[in-house]
Design a protein around this ligand. Sequence first.
Ligand SMILES: Nc1ncnc2c1ncn2[C@@H]1O[C@H](COP(=O)(O)OP(=O)(O)O)[C@@H](O)[C@H]1O
Ligand code: SF4
Ligand SMILES: [Mg+2]
Length: 321
Amino acid sequence: MLKTKDTVLEINQIVKEFENGKDSKLTACNNVSLCFEKGKTLGIIGESGCGKSTLMKIIMNLEEPTSGEILYNGEDITKLKGEKLRQHRRHIQMVFQDPTTAFNPKMKVKDIICEPLLNFGLIKKNQKEEVAKKYLEMVELPAEFMDRYPHNMSGGQRQRIGIARALVLNPEILILDESTSALDVSIQKNIIDLIKKIQKDRNLTIGFVCHDIALISECSHMVAVMYLGNIVEIIPSHKLGNFAMHPYTKTLMDAVFDLNMDFSKKIDMLDNDISTKIDNVNACPFRDRCNCSIDVCSRKMPQLKKITDDHYVACHLDFTV
Ligand SMILES: Nc1ncnc2c1ncn2[C@@H]1O[C@H](COP(=O)(O)OP(=O)(O)O)[C@@H](O)[C@H]1O
Ligand code: SF4
Ligand SMILES: [Mg+2]
């Protein structure tokens, strides 16, 4: 995926290996390169265990990559340390899947929302109510909620507080890692609508991580499909229905079937289980589950090939028309 004038975050060949027992390694991210564009949502889709959260943690400086770089304003943020890292954290914020565990249960909503600002010395304690009111309004919750505790709220309301807290430092990039996955379908839809509205108002760049391709295509501009640590396809979301080319993306799309977004429908998993590690770098990681595999697939790892300016596929099949 090529860098453009609108690129705000550039992920270059990120590799993340974890120790997996005594002598073996598990490659959670394998040479991942992606670009986040200003004001747009990059969706990252893939089954559980394919490396999505690891990649997001590296972007958030919560994990160190084994190799590769992440450029923000020309600087490799994976190398930041100390006060520079602390200051940088304001620019990229994250909403966690389960805000119940992310919040201190003894803190009131106004304290939860204002804590990042207080930590950075950006407001005084007597400004908390004013700030909490503004951000509660932004996430469409009544001002009275500022004196509540998180356990006195519904899952959807808590997730709105999570969004408010993440945005209070005015980040340029917001990472949503399965942030709506635990919610009921109708509540999930409301939160997605809210996020889209906030994105428009603030020209916010979003990384939206999810295992549900219907949801991803509903709220992303570009979609990166991840399989066993590898990006196998990058495609504009509006092309997913008719132009997805990678056999894995097509399987995910077939599972959704109705592109009119039935939010209650989850991806049907493929027949065989996802294996837990990349065992052969000289082969396509999808070969064991692929119905289209050819001889070369077990000998050579396919690299991302440009199909059009905004569409890339890593597969040995010939897609020329
Ligand atoms: N801290 C860790 N130590 C060892 N293995 C890990 C660690 N974090 C993640 N993994 C492994 O890396 C792979 C990718 O995990 P993850 O990034 O959480 O996937 P996803 O978010 O797509 O479900 C999984 O096999 C997982 O078990
Ligand atoms: S490279 Fe081969 S095995 Fe991999 S997705 Fe393409 S056809 Fe299937
Ligand atoms: Mg995850």
